[in-house]
Ligand binder design. Structure first.
Ligand SMILES: [Mn+2]
Length: 371
Protein backbone atom coordinates (compact mmCIF):
# COMPACT_ATOMS: atom_id res chain seq x y z
CA UNK A 1 0.00 0.00 0.00
CA UNK A 2 1.17 3.50 -0.76
CA UNK A 3 0.37 6.53 1.36
CA UNK A 4 0.84 10.11 0.22
CA UNK A 5 1.79 12.67 2.86
CA UNK A 6 0.94 16.28 2.04
CA UNK A 7 0.94 19.32 4.31
CA UNK A 8 0.56 23.07 4.65
CA UNK A 9 -1.31 23.88 1.46
CA UNK A 10 -2.20 27.32 2.87
CA UNK A 11 -5.11 27.74 0.45
CA UNK A 12 -5.92 31.42 -0.05
CA UNK A 13 -2.48 32.66 1.08
CA UNK A 14 -2.88 36.26 -0.05
CA UNK A 15 0.61 37.05 -1.37
CA UNK A 16 0.68 34.12 -3.78
CA UNK A 17 -2.99 33.17 -3.87
CA UNK A 18 -2.96 31.67 -7.36
CA UNK A 19 0.04 29.51 -6.48
CA UNK A 20 -1.63 28.34 -3.28
CA UNK A 21 -4.55 26.86 -5.27
CA UNK A 22 -2.61 25.70 -8.32
CA UNK A 23 0.18 23.96 -6.45
CA UNK A 24 -2.18 22.36 -3.89
CA UNK A 25 -4.27 21.00 -6.74
CA UNK A 26 -1.21 19.55 -8.46
CA UNK A 27 -0.07 17.91 -5.23
CA UNK A 28 -3.47 16.40 -4.43
CA UNK A 29 -4.11 15.19 -7.99
CA UNK A 30 -0.64 13.70 -8.33
CA UNK A 31 -0.86 12.09 -4.89
CA UNK A 32 -4.30 10.67 -5.66
CA UNK A 33 -3.02 9.06 -8.85
CA UNK A 34 -0.09 7.36 -7.12
CA UNK A 35 -1.40 6.40 -3.68
CA UNK A 36 -4.15 4.52 -1.88
CA UNK A 37 -4.58 7.06 0.88
CA UNK A 38 -3.66 10.72 1.36
CA UNK A 39 -2.66 12.17 4.73
CA UNK A 40 -2.93 15.93 5.11
CA UNK A 41 -1.06 17.27 8.15
CA UNK A 42 -2.81 20.60 8.75
CA UNK A 43 -2.85 24.21 7.52
CA UNK A 44 -4.95 23.31 4.51
CA UNK A 45 -6.24 26.87 4.77
CA UNK A 46 -4.18 29.97 5.42
CA UNK A 47 -6.71 31.59 7.76
CA UNK A 48 -9.30 30.45 10.31
CA UNK A 49 -12.21 32.01 8.40
CA UNK A 50 -11.40 31.81 4.68
CA UNK A 51 -13.46 33.63 2.08
CA UNK A 52 -16.14 31.60 0.31
CA UNK A 53 -14.10 31.51 -2.92
CA UNK A 54 -11.25 29.80 -1.05
CA UNK A 55 -13.62 27.29 0.56
CA UNK A 56 -15.11 26.54 -2.86
CA UNK A 57 -11.66 25.99 -4.37
CA UNK A 58 -10.78 23.68 -1.49
CA UNK A 59 -13.92 21.59 -2.07
CA UNK A 60 -13.16 21.42 -5.80
CA UNK A 61 -9.57 20.34 -5.20
CA UNK A 62 -10.35 17.61 -2.65
CA UNK A 63 -13.35 16.39 -4.65
CA UNK A 64 -10.90 15.41 -7.38
CA UNK A 65 -9.09 12.95 -5.11
CA UNK A 66 -9.93 9.37 -6.06
CA UNK A 67 -8.63 8.06 -2.74
CA UNK A 68 -9.68 8.83 0.84
CA UNK A 69 -8.06 11.82 2.55
CA UNK A 70 -7.32 11.90 6.28
CA UNK A 71 -6.59 15.32 7.77
CA UNK A 72 -5.98 17.24 10.97
CA UNK A 73 -6.31 20.98 11.58
CA UNK A 74 -3.22 23.19 11.78
CA UNK A 75 -2.47 26.27 13.85
CA UNK A 76 -3.78 28.49 11.05
CA UNK A 77 -7.18 26.81 11.36
CA UNK A 78 -7.37 26.33 15.11
CA UNK A 79 -10.38 28.00 16.66
CA UNK A 80 -11.84 28.05 20.15
CA UNK A 81 -14.01 25.27 21.49
CA UNK A 82 -17.62 25.16 20.26
CA UNK A 83 -16.78 27.00 17.04
CA UNK A 84 -16.33 25.48 13.58
CA UNK A 85 -12.98 25.49 11.86
CA UNK A 86 -12.70 25.47 8.04
CA UNK A 87 -11.29 21.92 7.86
CA UNK A 88 -14.43 20.65 9.59
CA UNK A 89 -16.47 22.32 6.88
CA UNK A 90 -14.25 20.81 4.19
CA UNK A 91 -14.50 17.33 5.68
CA UNK A 92 -18.29 17.66 5.84
CA UNK A 93 -18.35 18.46 2.11
CA UNK A 94 -15.78 16.01 0.75
CA UNK A 95 -14.39 12.53 1.18
CA UNK A 96 -12.14 13.66 4.01
CA UNK A 97 -11.87 12.21 7.51
CA UNK A 98 -10.86 14.75 10.13
CA UNK A 99 -8.99 13.48 13.17
CA UNK A 100 -8.42 15.10 16.51
CA UNK A 101 -7.87 12.61 19.27
CA UNK A 102 -9.22 9.74 17.24
CA UNK A 103 -8.07 7.17 14.75
CA UNK A 104 -8.85 6.12 11.20
CA UNK A 105 -8.53 2.51 10.11
CA UNK A 106 -7.85 1.78 6.47
CA UNK A 107 -7.54 -1.63 4.87
CA UNK A 108 -6.43 -2.61 1.43
CA UNK A 109 -5.01 -5.81 -0.07
CA UNK A 110 -4.83 -7.46 3.33
CA UNK A 111 -2.84 -4.60 4.82
CA UNK A 112 -4.22 -2.49 7.68
CA UNK A 113 -3.17 1.03 8.56
CA UNK A 114 -4.19 2.84 11.72
CA UNK A 115 -3.79 6.62 11.67
CA UNK A 116 -4.10 8.50 14.96
CA UNK A 117 -4.28 12.29 14.64
CA UNK A 118 -3.95 15.26 16.91
CA UNK A 119 -4.71 18.66 15.41
CA UNK A 120 -2.56 21.64 16.35
CA UNK A 121 -2.50 22.57 20.05
CA UNK A 122 -0.48 25.36 21.72
CA UNK A 123 3.16 24.22 21.78
CA UNK A 124 3.48 24.26 25.56
CA UNK A 125 0.54 21.85 25.86
CA UNK A 126 1.54 19.49 23.06
CA UNK A 127 3.18 16.72 25.06
CA UNK A 128 0.53 16.70 27.79
CA UNK A 129 -2.28 16.81 25.22
CA UNK A 130 -0.80 13.96 23.22
CA UNK A 131 -0.30 11.88 26.36
CA UNK A 132 -3.84 12.35 27.57
CA UNK A 133 -5.47 11.86 24.13
CA UNK A 134 -3.51 8.65 23.61
CA UNK A 135 -4.34 7.37 27.09
CA UNK A 136 -8.05 7.99 26.67
CA UNK A 137 -8.61 7.30 23.00
CA UNK A 138 -5.84 5.28 21.43
CA UNK A 139 -6.03 1.51 21.23
CA UNK A 140 -3.08 0.15 19.24
CA UNK A 141 -4.52 -2.20 16.64
CA UNK A 142 -2.81 -5.57 16.38
CA UNK A 143 -1.08 -6.18 13.07
CA UNK A 144 -1.71 -2.68 11.76
CA UNK A 145 0.90 -0.22 10.59
CA UNK A 146 0.49 2.59 13.09
CA UNK A 147 0.86 6.23 12.06
CA UNK A 148 0.71 9.36 14.21
CA UNK A 149 -0.17 12.65 12.51
CA UNK A 150 0.48 15.96 14.26
CA UNK A 151 1.01 19.65 13.47
CA UNK A 152 3.60 20.95 15.94
CA UNK A 153 7.06 22.47 16.24
CA UNK A 154 9.84 20.02 17.04
CA UNK A 155 12.51 21.12 19.49
CA UNK A 156 15.45 19.50 17.71
CA UNK A 157 14.49 20.87 14.31
CA UNK A 158 13.86 24.53 15.01
CA UNK A 159 16.69 26.54 16.48
CA UNK A 160 15.58 28.90 19.20
CA UNK A 161 12.75 26.64 20.30
CA UNK A 162 12.01 26.67 23.99
CA UNK A 163 11.86 23.75 26.37
CA UNK A 164 8.14 23.25 26.00
CA UNK A 165 7.98 22.00 22.43
CA UNK A 166 7.62 18.36 21.50
CA UNK A 167 10.91 16.56 21.00
CA UNK A 168 11.91 13.85 18.55
CA UNK A 169 13.35 12.04 21.53
CA UNK A 170 9.92 11.85 23.17
CA UNK A 171 8.07 11.01 19.95
CA UNK A 172 10.41 8.09 19.38
CA UNK A 173 9.16 6.44 22.58
CA UNK A 174 5.57 6.28 21.27
CA UNK A 175 4.11 3.07 19.78
CA UNK A 176 4.03 4.24 16.14
CA UNK A 177 5.77 2.97 13.02
CA UNK A 178 5.61 6.35 11.31
CA UNK A 179 5.15 9.92 12.55
CA UNK A 180 3.94 12.58 10.16
CA UNK A 181 4.20 16.25 11.07
CA UNK A 182 3.07 19.50 9.44
CA UNK A 183 3.71 23.08 10.53
CA UNK A 184 7.36 23.27 9.46
CA UNK A 185 7.45 24.39 5.82
CA UNK A 186 10.68 22.59 4.96
CA UNK A 187 10.94 19.00 3.75
CA UNK A 188 12.49 16.90 6.50
CA UNK A 189 13.04 13.18 7.02
CA UNK A 190 14.51 11.94 10.31
CA UNK A 191 14.96 8.80 12.37
CA UNK A 192 15.61 6.59 9.36
CA UNK A 193 12.54 7.88 7.59
CA UNK A 194 10.23 7.14 10.53
CA UNK A 195 9.60 10.85 11.05
CA UNK A 196 8.46 12.83 8.01
CA UNK A 197 7.64 16.48 7.34
CA UNK A 198 6.67 17.06 3.70
CA UNK A 199 6.82 20.89 3.99
CA UNK A 200 4.43 23.38 2.43
CA UNK A 201 3.22 23.23 -1.17
CA UNK A 202 3.44 27.03 -1.53
CA UNK A 203 6.11 29.56 -0.60
CA UNK A 204 5.04 31.52 2.44
CA UNK A 205 8.32 32.95 3.67
CA UNK A 206 10.98 34.54 1.53
CA UNK A 207 13.77 32.60 3.19
CA UNK A 208 16.65 30.53 1.91
CA UNK A 209 14.96 27.38 3.25
CA UNK A 210 12.04 27.87 0.82
CA UNK A 211 14.16 27.54 -2.31
CA UNK A 212 14.00 23.74 -2.19
CA UNK A 213 11.40 22.05 -4.43
CA UNK A 214 7.83 21.78 -3.14
CA UNK A 215 6.06 18.45 -3.11
CA UNK A 216 4.94 15.54 -0.96
CA UNK A 217 6.14 12.20 0.40
CA UNK A 218 5.04 8.85 -0.98
CA UNK A 219 5.38 6.14 1.66
CA UNK A 220 5.43 2.45 0.88
CA UNK A 221 3.97 0.39 3.73
CA UNK A 222 5.82 -2.76 2.63
CA UNK A 223 9.35 -1.39 2.37
CA UNK A 224 8.64 1.35 4.96
CA UNK A 225 10.57 3.75 2.80
CA UNK A 226 9.43 7.06 1.42
CA UNK A 227 10.22 9.07 -1.63
CA UNK A 228 9.85 12.83 -2.03
CA UNK A 229 7.76 13.66 -5.09
CA UNK A 230 8.31 17.22 -6.31
CA UNK A 231 5.37 19.00 -7.91
CA UNK A 232 5.52 21.50 -10.72
CA UNK A 233 5.72 24.74 -8.72
CA UNK A 234 6.94 28.29 -9.07
CA UNK A 235 10.69 28.53 -8.74
CA UNK A 236 12.08 30.66 -5.92
CA UNK A 237 15.56 32.19 -5.83
CA UNK A 238 17.18 33.67 -2.78
CA UNK A 239 20.31 35.65 -3.59
CA UNK A 240 22.77 37.60 -1.48
CA UNK A 241 24.69 40.42 -3.17
CA UNK A 242 27.61 42.14 -1.53
CA UNK A 243 28.88 45.61 -2.48
CA UNK A 244 31.89 47.65 -1.52
CA UNK A 245 31.97 51.48 -1.60
CA UNK A 246 29.15 51.30 -4.13
CA UNK A 247 26.93 54.06 -5.51
CA UNK A 248 23.33 53.89 -6.60
CA UNK A 249 24.01 53.18 -10.28
CA UNK A 250 26.41 50.32 -9.55
CA UNK A 251 23.91 48.69 -7.23
CA UNK A 252 20.96 49.18 -9.56
CA UNK A 253 22.83 47.80 -12.57
CA UNK A 254 24.05 44.75 -10.66
CA UNK A 255 20.54 43.99 -9.43
CA UNK A 256 19.01 44.31 -12.89
CA UNK A 257 21.71 42.01 -14.29
CA UNK A 258 21.04 39.44 -11.56
CA UNK A 259 17.28 39.52 -12.15
CA UNK A 260 17.85 39.00 -15.89
CA UNK A 261 20.08 36.00 -15.23
CA UNK A 262 17.57 34.37 -12.89
CA UNK A 263 14.57 35.13 -15.10
CA UNK A 264 16.42 33.47 -17.98
CA UNK A 265 16.49 30.29 -15.89
CA UNK A 266 12.83 30.59 -14.91
CA UNK A 267 10.71 33.42 -16.36
CA UNK A 268 7.99 33.50 -13.70
CA UNK A 269 10.22 32.85 -10.69
CA UNK A 270 9.99 34.62 -7.35
CA UNK A 271 13.22 36.36 -6.44
CA UNK A 272 14.40 37.57 -3.05
CA UNK A 273 17.61 39.59 -3.04
CA UNK A 274 19.42 40.59 0.09
CA UNK A 275 21.89 43.40 -0.56
CA UNK A 276 24.63 44.15 1.91
CA UNK A 277 28.07 45.74 2.11
CA UNK A 278 29.33 49.30 2.13
CA UNK A 279 28.37 52.46 0.28
CA UNK A 280 30.43 55.21 -1.25
CA UNK A 281 31.42 57.85 1.29
CA UNK A 282 28.59 60.23 2.11
CA UNK A 283 25.82 57.86 1.05
CA UNK A 284 23.52 56.06 3.45
CA UNK A 285 21.26 53.13 2.86
CA UNK A 286 18.17 55.35 2.60
CA UNK A 287 19.78 57.31 -0.29
CA UNK A 288 19.58 54.18 -2.45
CA UNK A 289 16.25 54.17 -4.25
CA UNK A 290 15.67 50.97 -6.20
CA UNK A 291 13.07 50.30 -8.85
CA UNK A 292 10.41 47.74 -8.09
CA UNK A 293 10.14 44.63 -10.21
CA UNK A 294 7.28 42.19 -10.26
CA UNK A 295 7.80 39.31 -7.84
CA UNK A 296 11.20 40.61 -6.77
CA UNK A 297 11.67 41.31 -3.07
CA UNK A 298 14.71 43.33 -2.10
CA UNK A 299 15.99 43.45 1.44
CA UNK A 300 18.30 46.44 1.80
CA UNK A 301 20.95 45.78 4.43
CA UNK A 302 23.53 48.10 2.89
CA UNK A 303 25.84 49.97 5.18
CA UNK A 304 24.41 48.21 8.21
CA UNK A 305 27.95 47.38 9.36
CA UNK A 306 29.15 50.96 9.31
CA UNK A 307 25.89 52.09 10.89
CA UNK A 308 26.39 49.58 13.70
CA UNK A 309 30.03 50.64 14.03
CA UNK A 310 28.99 54.29 14.28
CA UNK A 311 26.41 53.49 16.92
CA UNK A 312 29.02 51.56 18.89
CA UNK A 313 31.41 54.49 18.68
CA UNK A 314 28.78 56.91 19.96
CA UNK A 315 27.93 54.56 22.81
CA UNK A 316 31.59 54.21 23.70
CA UNK A 317 32.17 57.96 23.59
CA UNK A 318 29.18 58.53 25.87
CA UNK A 319 30.45 55.99 28.37
CA UNK A 320 33.95 57.44 28.29
CA UNK A 321 32.65 60.98 28.64
CA UNK A 322 30.78 59.94 31.75
CA UNK A 323 33.80 58.27 33.29
CA UNK A 324 36.12 61.24 32.57
CA UNK A 325 33.64 63.49 34.32
CA UNK A 326 33.41 61.19 37.32
CA UNK A 327 37.19 60.83 37.45
CA UNK A 328 37.72 64.61 37.36
CA UNK A 329 35.16 65.21 40.07
CA UNK A 330 36.70 62.58 42.32
CA UNK A 331 40.18 63.96 41.73
CA UNK A 332 39.08 67.53 42.49
CA UNK A 333 37.29 66.47 45.67
CA UNK A 334 40.30 64.47 46.81
CA UNK A 335 42.80 67.30 46.22
CA UNK A 336 40.73 70.00 47.93
CA UNK A 337 39.31 67.98 50.81
CA UNK A 338 39.84 69.75 54.16
CA UNK A 339 42.12 72.47 52.77
CA UNK A 340 39.73 74.52 50.70
CA UNK A 341 36.43 75.71 52.13
CA UNK A 342 35.74 78.46 49.68
CA UNK A 343 33.96 76.15 47.24
CA UNK A 344 32.29 72.84 47.03
CA UNK A 345 34.29 70.74 44.57
CA UNK A 346 31.37 69.23 42.70
CA UNK A 347 29.62 72.58 42.45
CA UNK A 348 32.78 74.20 41.13
CA UNK A 349 33.19 71.44 38.60
CA UNK A 350 29.63 71.96 37.31
CA UNK A 351 30.35 75.70 36.97
CA UNK A 352 33.60 75.03 35.15
CA UNK A 353 31.72 72.85 32.71
CA UNK A 354 29.22 75.66 32.12
CA UNK A 355 31.90 78.29 31.43
CA UNK A 356 34.32 80.90 32.82
CA UNK A 357 31.67 83.54 33.60
CA UNK A 358 29.57 81.06 35.54
CA UNK A 359 32.65 79.94 37.48
CA UNK A 360 33.67 83.53 38.40
CA UNK A 361 30.09 84.38 39.41
CA UNK A 362 29.98 81.29 41.59
CA UNK A 363 33.32 82.03 43.26
CA UNK A 364 32.32 85.66 43.90
CA UNK A 365 29.08 84.50 45.45
CA UNK A 366 30.94 82.05 47.71
CA UNK A 367 33.50 84.74 48.57
CA UNK A 368 30.74 87.06 49.78
CA UNK A 369 29.35 84.29 52.00
CA UNK A 370 32.79 83.54 53.46
CA UNK A 371 33.49 87.11 54.46
MN1 LIG B 1 1.82 26.23 8.05
Amino acid sequence: MRIAIVSDLHLGYSRFEGDSYGQAEKAILDASSRSDLILCAGDIFDVKIPKLETLMRAVEIFDKSKVPVVAIHGNHERRTKDTTNPVQLLSASTNMALLHGKDFIFEKDGRTVQVFGMGSVPEELAEAALKSLMKERFQPKEGALRILMIHQTIKELISGSGDEELSLEYLETLPFDLIVDGHIHETISRNDGKFLIPGSTVITQLKDSETAPKGYFLYDTETRKSEFIPIDSRRFFYEKMKFESADETTIRDAIIKKIKELRALSPDSLIAIKIEGTLKKGLTSSDIQLDSFENVFIENNLDSQSLLARLDKIKEMRQNALSVRELALKELAKKTEGSVTMFDSSELFEKLVLGVDETIAYLEERNKKET
